[in-house]
Design a protein around this ligand. Structure first.
Ligand SMILES: Cc1cc2nc3c(=O)[nH]c(=O)nc-3n(C[C@H](O)[C@H](O)[C@H](O)COP(=O)(O)OP(=O)(O)OC[C@H]3O[C@@H](n4cnc5c(N)ncnc54)[C@H](O)[C@@H]3O)c2cc1C
Length: 286
């Protein structure tokens, strides 16, 4: 199949991009890296009349520390999430997750904005935004607003971004020397979407967990925060008993559905195995 014919515009400012969407009467799609959108066009899963190429909008670029936050422009590519030293230092979950996203050719073009705007529940970066407590900066005809990751992901491929709005940047609380972070996933083959993935971020100024954020991918319609497991870890020394309690608590946090080759019980089991490995590794490092 081929994509339907479409018109193409290349704005250089956010305002031009938003105006172009309105001018197309809403029958438009923004395109960033094109790694998800182009296959969707070719399969006619999407058939916009107009493509608005945002790759030349300078305000969507940049990787910069701003006080206690790291600002990442929406056009930050997957490959930058792995290679950039500021991201590796201040948002290590993105650095750790990046090699698990697709393949090098896709990572060279795919953007964080595209991945998070698409909000595939099996994607790594949306779940890591949740684990890090990022805020999403969104621009629309009425101006700019910020939405915390906890309120951003609303359903399968559904986010707080309204039609015509543009994801501009991520504002991520910077990780400090007292943070311990880990990411891993279980997939049938490397490069496949994960059966289960998990990112953990612990604040441990000493040998006791003072704060915990844990987010899973591929366990439900959106990325999922494991709040009961987080609570189970607070005040603990990350010993075996605490890790077992957190693993058990996942039954309260996760409610996966049965799928053809992956029963819900198996996914919950894999999530527990994965969390145990990640916490065990962080505990051993203390
Ligand atoms: C073979 C293959 C394997 C893959 N494997 C994985 C994987 O393992 N894990 C994973 O996470 N992903 C995977 N992907 C998806 C890949 O990471 C995509 O690049 C990414 O999801 C989309 O980023 P993009 O910049 O290419 O967005 P695009 O394809 O350009 O856009 C995707 C969607 O987001 C919208 N959009 C883009 N930017 C913005 C913005 N700034 N504001 C508002 N809306 C915007 C577009 O309108 C479109 O609806 C895979 C893709 C392929 C083709």
């Amino acid at each position: 199949m081929k994509a339907r014919a479409f018109s193409y515009v290349r704005p250089v400012t956010i305002a031009e991009a938003i105006d172009a969407f309105a001018a197309a009467g809403g029958e438009a799609s923004y395109i960033a890296g094109g790694q998800s959108l182009v296959p969707a066009l070719a399969l006619r899963l999407q058939a916009p009349e107009c493509l608005i190429d945002i790759a030349h909008v300078e305000a969507l670029r940049g990787i910069e520390r701003q006080g206690g936050r790291l600002r990442l422009g929406a056009l930050t590519r997957h490959v930058d999430a792995h290679d950039d030293p500021l991201i590796a230092r201040y948002a290590p979950l993105l650095h750790l997750a990046a090699p698990h996203v697709a393949h090098p050719a896709i990572r060279n073009r795919g953007t964080l904005g595209g991945s998070v705007a698409l909000a595939d529940p099996a994607s790594e970066f949306p779940a890591m935004m949740l684990a890090m407590g990022a805020e999403m900066e969104i621009a629309g005809p009425e101006g700019t607003r910020r939405v915390p990751a906890d309120a951003f992901f609303q359903g399968v491929y559904e986010t707080a971004i309204e039609p015509g709005e543009l994801l501009v940047a991520f504002h991520i609380p910077v990780a400090g020397p007292h943070h311990r972070c880990a990411f891993d996933e279980l997939a049938r083959r490397r490069g496949d979407y994960a059966l289960v993935g998990c990112g953990v971020m612990l604040a441990m100024p000493g040998d006791v967990v003072e704060d915990a954020r844990i987010a899973f991918l591929s366990v439900g319609p959106t990325p999922v925060r494991a709040r009961a497991a987080e609570v189970a870890l607070l005040g603990s020394r990350l010993d075996e008993a605490a890790i077992r309690t957190a693993q058990t608590a996942l039954a309260e946090d996760l409610d996966p559905t049965d799928e053809a080759h992956v029963p819900a019980t198996m996914r919950l089991h894999l999530a527990r195995v994965l969390l145990g490995r990640l916490l065990g590794g962080l505990g051993a490092a203390t």
